[in-house]
Ligand binder design. Structure first.
Ligand SMILES: NC(=O)c1ccc[n+]([C@@H]2O[C@H](COP(=O)([O-])OP(=O)(O)OC[C@H]3O[C@@H](n4cnc5c(N)ncnc54)[C@H](OP(=O)(O)O)[C@@H]3O)[C@@H](O)[C@H]2O)c1
Length: 293
C-alpha cells in the first residue's frame, strides 16, 4: 500500500512509499483510514526531536490521528466488529495513520462520535485527549460550569500577565516567555501545565527512558521549575497519551454538542506533504485533515 513514511529524520525525510499492509495482532483492530488529522507532533517526530526517547526504526509510517472503518479484528478483540466507524490516536511507537490501513491496539480505539462525519472525527483524538488529560486528569477541574471564557485577552493587543491574576490552573501551549509569565497569574498552590515544553523528569519516566536520560531531560525545565517553586506554584509538562476509554467519554461530549471540531482545511491523501507544510507555516485556524475517501 502507498503510505507516507519517514525515511530518515529531517525536514525532507517524509516520502510517499510502498509499504506492506499492517500485521494485525490478537488485540488489534485493522482500520481502513477514511481521514487522518495532522498535528505539530508529526513534524517534530519527522525531524527527530524525540528520537532519544521515542525509538522509531526508520522507515516508519507517520501520522497520529485517524478516523475510519474496522475491516478486521484480532482474536482477542471483544468490543469492536467489522464495519464499526472508529477514531483513535494510536499509541507512541505504533503510529502510522498517513496510510490506507493501520492496525491499532483495541485499548486506543473508540467508536467515533455519531454526530461527526469520519472526516470531522479525524480532527479530534490527539487534541481532545491532550485537553482532557491536562484539565481533567492532571488539573482535576470540576464540571461546575460549561466550557467558555469569562475574559478574552487578544495577545496582539494586551499582555495577559498584566490583566489576569488569581488563577488555579494555566494550560500553556507556547512555552518560553509565555510560560514564565503564566506562573505569575497563578494563586499560591496553583499549577501551570505546559504542552509545548520544556519537558520535565516525569516525561522521560512516562516514556520508560533510563534514569540518566530522565535527569538530562529534567535539566531542561530546572529553571522554570525553580522559578515556580519561588512563587509557591508548580510547573509540569504534559505529553498526552493514547486512551480509548477517554475517547469514549469525549465522544459523548461531542454528541451532546458541548464540543465541536474546527477544521481549517482538508487535503486529499496524495497531498499529505503539502498538508504538513501548510501546518508548519503555523497559519492554520483549526485542524488540517487529509482524506482518503
Ligand atoms: N504535549 C502534548 O501532548 C501536546 C498536545 C497537543 C499540542 N501540543 C503542542 O501545543 C502547541 C499548540 O498546538 P496546536 O495544535 O494548538 O498549534 P496551532 O494550531 O499551530 O495553534 C497555535 C495557536 O497559538 C496561538 N498563538 C501564537 N502565538 C501566541 C501568543 N503569543 N499568545 C497567545 N496565543 C498565541 C496561535 O494564534 P494565531 O492564529 O493568532 O497565530 C494559534 O491559535 C504545539 O507546540 C503542539 O506541539 C502538545
Amino acid at each position: 500500500m502507498k503510505a507516507f513514511v519517514v525515511e530518515r529524520y529531517g525536514k525532507d525525510g517524509l516520502r510517499a512509499a510502498d509499504v506492506p499492509e499492517p500485521v494485525v495482532g490478537d488485540g488489534d483492530v485493522l482500520v481502513e483510514v477514511s481521514a487522518a488529522g495532522i498535528n505539530p507532533l508529526d513534524k517534530m517526530v519527522r525531524n527527530g526531536e524525540f528520537k532519544r526517547l521515542l525509538k522509531y526504526q526508520t522507515p516508519f509510517v507517520l501520522g497520529h490521528d485517524v478516523a475510519g472503518v474496522v475491516t478486521r479484528v484480532g482474536s482477542a478483540v471483544r468490543d469492536f466488529q467489522v464495519g464499526d466507524e472508529v477514531y483513535a490516536r494510536p499509541r507512541d511507537l505504533r503510529i502510522g495513520t498517513f496510510a490506507p490501513y493501520i492496525a491499532i491496539d483495541q485499548d486506543d480505539v473508540a467508536l467515533k462520535p455519531a454526530s461527526l462525519t469520519l472526516h470531522e472525527a479525524a480532527a479530534v483524538p490527539l487534541v481532545s485527549l491532550a485537553a482532557w488529560q491536562a484539565l481533567v486528569d492532571r488539573a482535576h477541574t470540576q464540571p461546575v460550569r460549561s466550557l467558555g471564557a469569562d475574559v478574552v485577552v487578544d495577545y496582539t493587543k494586551e499582555d495577559f500577565a498584566e490583566v489576569l491574576s488569581g488563577y488555579d490552573v494555566v494550560l500553556d501551549s507556547l512555552g518560553g516567555e509565555n510560560l514564565k509569565k503564566s506562573l505569575t497569574v497563578l494563586n499560591p498552590g496553583g499549577q501551570a501545565i505546559g504542552v509545548a515544553g520544556p519537558p520535565d523528569p516525569g516525561f522521560a519516566k512516562q516514556l520508560g527512558a533510563p534514569k540518566f536520560l530522565g535527569v538530562v531531560v529534567g535539566l531542561l525545565s530546572r529553571k522554570v521549575r525553580k522559578q515556580a517553586r519561588k512563587l509557591g506554584v508548580s510547573y509540569s509538562f504534559l505529553f498526552m497519551q493514547a486512551n480509548g476509554a477517554e475517547l469514549r467519554e469525549l465522544a459523548a461530549l461531542y454528541n451532546a454538542g458541548h464540543l465541536r471540531p474546527l477544521i481549517d482545511k482538508t487535503f486529499p491523501f496524495d497531498q499529505t506533504l503539502e498538508a504538513l507544510a501548510y501546518v508548519e507555516q503555523g497559519r492554520a485556524n483549526g485542524k488540517v485533515v487529509i482524506t482518503l475517501d
